[in-house]
Design a protein around this ligand. Structure first.
Ligand SMILES: Cc1cc2nc3c(=O)[nH]c(=O)nc-3n(C[C@H](O)[C@H](O)[C@H](O)COP(=O)(O)OP(=O)(O)OC[C@H]3O[C@@H](n4cnc5c(N)ncnc54)[C@H](O)[C@@H]3O)c2cc1C
Length: 305
């Protein structure tokens, strides 16, 4: 599947929007906020909560970042009025990180403030390694004044355990995921088993240090490992949650919910879905394989959310 995935991924920019739409559909709520609201309501009926992401990244104009802030404010307002069990996730480069760190900090601060007014929270997603240090710096600054802000660390990065050690005194709210970007071997583990071991090591450190831990994976071995650590350290249910992407491993998601664990689904929406999906597919051609499997697997048909 490897070469096939890569070949498809490289031809993506020329692929018409409706075709990309086939790949994107299971993973995107739709173009409008109301699409995301509908999906979140369906997820809540299943016993899940959600984090809403407004699609967009790598903005090159301040105006676009400010537009994104306004959309996120509407999302927070809507979550409040519709009484949704949901918070927001945002990307630093959507908030203008590549334009100016201070500008990005102020935009995220505005949203942390708005979220706080609604007794809600936000998570700062982690992008590729060129943004890690700046993102963590912004998180540290915000964490001083806002306890409703969390961020993400990627188990594939060699620096992650040391980042955790440095963040622990702040009692951070951290999402641990494997990491989606293609990173050089000098900075990131490429061996899948080491990434799993590092994921587990990260979880254990955070559990032992009483942090709020978001376990973001669809890998059942890691779900098992997290459950083992939760049992070993007798972690109460209000100190962790599982997280999954919309449309991925729906059966596993249902099992986790049925077993009584909090599970948050990442729900992206917005007009930027073609750019987002194309970039994700190019960055990680394995997704092509996942999607093809999902489309043709008997069990996964009709499992949109
Ligand atoms: C809630 C959430 C938030 C995330 N936030 C970030 C972030 O801020 N920064 C970042 O770098 N990464 C983020 N990720 C992505 C993450 O880093 C991984 O790339 C992704 O979760 C796949 O890793 P996995 O642990 O599920 O294991 P894998 O071994 O990659 O996947 C396990 C199985 O899940 C299925 N699967 C996984 N991903 C997909 C997919 N996209 N489409 C279809 N099927 C799939 C496949 O069947 C696969 O066999 C996030 C993931 C989640 C769940």
């Amino acid at each position: 599947m490897g070469l096939f995935n890569k070949a498809i991924a490289h031809t993506l920019p020329a692929v018409p929007k409706p075709i990309i739409g086939i790949f994107a559909k299971p993973y995107i709520a739709g173009e409008r906020l109301s699409d995301a609201v509908d999906v979140v309501k369906r997820l809540m009926a299943e016993g899940c909560c959600a984090t809403i992401d407004v699609l967009g990244e790598e903005v090159t104009e301040k105006e676009h970042a400010l537009d994104a802030v306004e959309i996120y404010k509407q999302v927070l307002q809507r979550i409040n009025t519709e009484k949704l069990d949901a918070n927001i996730s945002l990307k630093p480069t959507h908030m203008g990180l590549k334009l100016s760190k201070e500008f990005c900090y102020n935009n995220i601060k505005t949203l942390a403030e708005t979220a706080r007014l609604y007794q809600n929270s936000l998570c700062i997603d982690m992008e590729d390694h060129t943004t890690t240090t700046d993102t963590l710096e912004i998180y540290r600054r915000l964490r001083k004044d806002y306890d409703n802000v969390g961020t993400v660390l990627q188990a594939y990065l060699r620096r992650t355990i040391s980042d955790i050690n440095n963040l622990i005194p702040l009692r951070p709210n951290l999402r641990i995921c494997k990491g989606i970007y293609l990173e050089p071997h000098s900075l990131a583990y490429h061996d899948k088993e080491i990434i799993r071991l590092n994921f587990s090591y990260a979880l254990e450190k955070l559990f032992i240090n009483n942090c709020y831990v978001c376990i973001a994976t669809h890998d059942e071995r890691l779900v098992w490992e997290a459950l083992r650590l939760i049992d070993k350290y007798k972690i109460p249910k209000d100190r962790y949650e599982f997280q999954m992407l919309l449309g991925v491993e729906v059966d596993l998601r249902k099992i986790i919910v049925r077993e009584g664990h909090r599970l948050r689904v990442y729900v992206p929406f917005g007009q930027e879905w073609k750019a987002y999906s194309t970039r994700r597919l190019k960055e990680n051609p394995h997704i092509v394989g996942y999607v093809i499997q999902n489309i043709f697997s008997k069990d996964s048909r009709n499992q949109r959310s």
